[in-house]
Design a protein around this ligand. Sequence first.
Ligand SMILES: [Zn+2]
Length: 300
Amino acid sequence: MKRAAPFVVVLLVGVAGLYFSQRRHDPAPVSANAIVAMAADAQRDLSRAPMRLTRLSDAEEIAVGKQLAAGYSISAEKLSPEQQALDSYVKQVGHAVSANAHRHLPYSFHLVPDRGMINAFSLPGGPVYVGEGMLDLMTSEDELAAVIGHEIEHIDHYHCAERVQIEARLRNLQLGIVGAILQIPVQVWEAGYNKDEELEADREGMRLAVLGGYSPYGAVTMFERFSKLHSEYVVHALNPEEELTQLAIQSLQGYFRSHPLPSERLAQANSLIAQEGWQDRKMQKPFRIEYEVQNGKFVK
Ligand SMILES: [Zn+2]
């Protein structure tokens, strides 16, 4: 339970009312994941609705992303030394992978310090977030590159920007009005996109990771792991006593609900590797963080 605190901080800004009202009735912090799952379902339906949209300018998109990112910012002092090291690792890999993105935007990369969060998401204009629970599942840096590449491509291919416009339209928000955008619940961004966009982010993210010097097999081994987890925790509904906490399992189930089946993502990754002739790029770097602690404080 000690680990749940940072997640609460993340949620407070976006859905303070909701959090407190749920907290009164039910002290278990599982409600946040349930909201993500609900948002995922709603999102899938929304994305199907035909809508004619005028594209935001890059400057508008960046401004909107900045407003939203303020709701997620966590000061470094609140992170343990290990979490600070994870945060710099996410930044380091993120910068290598984003170097070859099509759009030149202020991409930035952040850890969400919550082991119960098995997810990653991006905001319009550049910010990318990776949950600590997702990092816990990784065994190679190339897997991190695959996950980050996927999130960058949601920004790079305007999926995030279009989401702002769809949400604004549905909620009758005026994009120009400061604060209006903040009425979009933060979970909307964690809830994934439609299937075509998810598969596009997978393909394009793999290309970015390869251009950044990573193995395309990072995506393959990540999807194999998802596939195993999907079978254990969704198909066979394993007892929460096994390995993952209840919170992490709910988060994982929300993730699977909002993304194409891992088997399908894996098949696409393998066919892209065959098509691009990447079969000789099998070697992956181990997932490794190194950091120094002095007097209990993170040094570098
Ligand atoms: Zn995605």
